[in-house]
Design a protein. Structure first.
Lengths: 113, 342
């Protein structure tokens, strides 16, 4: 992964995310857009057969573009953790309510994990 | 939120409420809240399809639209709908399409499984061509926990002198350091399904081959995708904008039986909309009716933009709930990888 500073200031940076696609780029774009210190964020995939995403971040000046990206990464991790915890809780509850009738699932769990 | 949002009908009550609720601090006026929360399914066009995500979107109204993990934690809900064998359905409420789509994309193309990669054809006099048969073999789900085939750290101290040297055939040029029976346990490697038809043979024909499996992801080839498919859709809702009373309520209940019921009796009896999710076959009818002269003032079909109905159909290699947990781990791992480089 490499980051290229496109303008002179560190408030406007274009990051080249290697081996990534819409999956990560769009999630980060969503969170960066929600950051009040970010004045612009957008990404593009220059060519579909090249595994690279260009992510452009411009901030209003309070924080650097790198810091904004760092915050977005941390937020996205928190989101994943929270969805995971909520999902697991709900899944266990569902199994208890169903009385563990789905045996194929129980079998696989014993083998898998 | 483009200018098309203006063409969406609102009820008289909603219009009256707009002025009142606009005064409350920290909360969007109802019509804006509706535009943010719901996509309206019009007769031949959907309205308010996008979600306004910018942190400054409502700053003119004094409302902060920036990301808040606390708010997210407070609002997120997951509801399990059903688990049947390899398939499951559950709702996630309170996430953005960006996150839901990232998880769906990871499910399809970035969770590793084991699939047949090399086929060494010793003999094939059947009608099916070697390359076609090999391709078909590649698509057969293989029941091996992909975690068992992860790369492992090998240190110099672990090197052992093998006095007997290689015992594998020269043709494949493939040599195992040890038997895989200890790696894969008592059950060993087997196929998820034993009855997938691969080839048909005439008497006297023969197929002799050796197939080698490796770990991979769906992004490289669909055979490694752990799901038959994984998708989501938005929660539908049927709304009655203006009360439907009397004989009109009766005819509505007759057109969409079950979805609409008549409450009360006499001339003031009114139509009530039921749970749209339980009458999905009738929703297209409601969408069409919402564009018709007779019903356009009364009926609306809309979809909740942050309520995702997620369905995962596993190929049987890993149970669906584990796949979803793995997709979350994968997305977090992507963040970690990026953070390392910042």
């Amino acid at each position: 992964m490499s980051a290229t500073v496109a303008t002179g200031a560190d408030t406007g940076v274009t990051f080249a995310l290697e081996d990534e696609d819409h999956t990560l780029a769009n999630s980060l774009r969503f969170l960066l857009n929600k950051n009040p210190h970010v004045s612009f964020v957008g990404y593009s995939i220059p060519h579909p057969s090249e595994k690279v995403v260009n992510l452009r971040i411009q901030t209003t000046g309070e924080i650097s573009a790198v810091e904004a990206l760092r915050q977005a990464c941390q937020s996205l991790k928190q989101v994943c953790e929270h969805i995971k915890a909520t999902f697991e809780e709900e899944y266990q509850e569902h199994l208890q309510q169903a009385g563990g009738t789905d045996t194929s699932m129980a079998d696989r769990e014993a083998v898998g994990t | 939120m483009g200018s098309d949002s203006k063409t969406v009908r609102t009820s008289k009550k909603q219009r009256a409420d707009q002025a009142a609720s606009a005064d409350q601090p920290g909360q969007l006026p109802e019509h804006l809240q509706n535009q943010q929360q719901y996509m309206t399914c019009g007769d031949n066009l959907n309205y308010n399809v996008s979600i306004g995500n910018s942190a400054h979107l409502f700053s003119a109204l004094g409302i902060d639209n920036s990301w808040s993990h606390k708010k997210f934690q407070r609002d997120l809900r997951v509801a399990m709908k059903w688990v049947k064998g390899n398939d499951m359905e559950f709702d996630i409420i309170g996430i953005d399409p960006a996150i839901a789509n990232a998880l769906r994309r990871i499910l399809i193309s970035e969770i590793p499984t084991v699939a047949i990669e090399h086929v060494y054809m010793v003999q094939n006099t059947s009608i099916i061509a070697c390359e076609v048969l090999s391709h078909r073999l590649g698509l057969v789900p293989v029941l091996v926990d992909p975690d068992l085939l992860k790369d492992k750290l090998v240190k110099s101290g672990q090197l052992v002198w093998l006095p007997n040297g290689s015992e594998m055939p020269e043709e494949t040029n493939c040599r195992f350091a040890s038997s895989q029976s200890s790696l894969l346990g008592a059950e060993g490697a087997r196929l998820v399904h034993d009855d997938i038809l691969l080839a048909k043979m005439r008497p006297g024909q023969e197929i002799v081959l050796e197939a080698h499996c490796i770990r991979g992801i769906g992004a490289e080839h669909a055979k490694w995708s752990p799901v038959a498919t994984a998708w989501y859709r938005l929660q539908p809702e049927v709304v009655i904008l203006e009360p439907i009373v009397g004989s009109k309520a009766d005819s509505l209940a007759q057109i969409c039986p079950g979805l609409f019921t008549v409450e009360g009796s006499g001339p003031s009896r009114r139509a009530v909309a039921g749970n749209a999710r339980q009458h999905e076959k009738q929703l297209e009818k409601v969408r069409r009716m919402s564009g018709e002269e007779e019903w356009s003032e009364h009926l609306q079909l809309r979809k909740r933009k942050d309520h995702f109905i997620f369905t995962i159909e596993s190929t049987g290699i890993l149970p669906p709930h584990q796949l979803f947990l793995r997709s979350l781990d994968q997305l977090a791992a992507k963040c970690d990888k990026l953070l390392e480089h910042l």
